[in-house]
Design a protein around this ligand. Sequence first.
Ligand code: MTE
Length: 390
Amino acid sequence: GYKGDSAILELPEHSKGLGQPVAARAYGEPSKFEKNLQRRESPGLTRVAAASVSFAPLQGLFGIITPNGLHFERHHQGWWDIDPNQHRLMVMGMVKQAKVYTMDDLMRLPSMSRMHFIECGANTGMEWGNVAVPTVQYSHGMLSCCEFTGVKLSTLLDDCGFDRKNGKFVLAEGADGSSMTRTIPMDRALDDVMVAWAMNGEMLRPENGYPLRLVVPGIQGVSWVKWLRRIEVGDEPWGTKDETLHYIDLMPDGTHRQYTSIQECKSVITTPSGGQTLLDKGFYNVTGLAWSGRGKITRVDVSVDGGRNWKTARLEGPTLTKCLTRFNIDWVWNGGPAVLQSRAIDETGYVQPKINQLRATRGTRSIYHNNAIQSWKVAESGEISNVQIY
Ligand code: MTE
């Protein structure tokens, strides 16, 4: 007969013995049972791992904050652990007085903390032509969200007396070998751009730009220059390699669009998602993330029948501007085939498009700025896979 659950009936070792002492691990780390939750590379995506990307495991994250050790990485020429005592930021160009700041100089200035998402413009880029990757980690994992702390870029520009009449653009340059450089229009630079040294309450991680990076809310990740060493004020865009050749949108007629930097409204169901298996029919919490580079998320709808019928999901507050928003919705799986989708709407009224709507204007051979509705197919076996619904 039934003997009962030994996990309940027998007193385990940890209820009888003495546990680990404090500070056994001076910097804490996750449980050994969570080892499978890792940033992962997509094998063969790039030729060298120093010019590559690691994807955040969105399927295993809760709420909206990405733990620092799981933040996605995108390096053009590898990452460095730069000595903050040696690091300098130069502000120059069309300013009354060019200045060189040490980290100490910067950290004395009025600081602020803001929660924002960062998404690489290439996120979901492999899916333009067809289904390419099996899991949400690979389809949407060039996405993270942190509380960033730093000084407003406008504070530094004011400090150097930038030319308010003719200074129309700002150039940001990184200290790594890729000399990552991006132009930012002055109105945006003066709005919510930050020069940040911290994420999620501690100094930036080396992989994410330690000791200094630019935070450009709502804009594709490439403009969030890491290991930031130089800000230049100018009167026209620089047209650097990273804005004229890379991070441009290839259009169906063969031309390409430049400076399409805003990450448009997008969402994805993270659980249940591709590669996972439903154990049995019955109740499931369907959860995911929504975000918009233009402001706040106002609504997320979820479909379980491939977009025929939609129900509005619960948004977990606070819904912040240019920040991830977590949504949840109840679902009772009847054991039959289903296709799960989410569709986000932002405060401008913009509605996340279907893949065929996006392809109608953008074609199938682009890389960047794919914000299409994602479809996860649930088979009768419970297995979930990535599909595209037209
Ligand atoms: N800044 C420098 N200096 N070098 C880089 O290679 N990569 C950019 C941007 N800033 C990059 C950089 C790109 S393409 C992206 S998507 C983001 O950093 C990624 O930031 P993360 O590695 O912190 O996720």
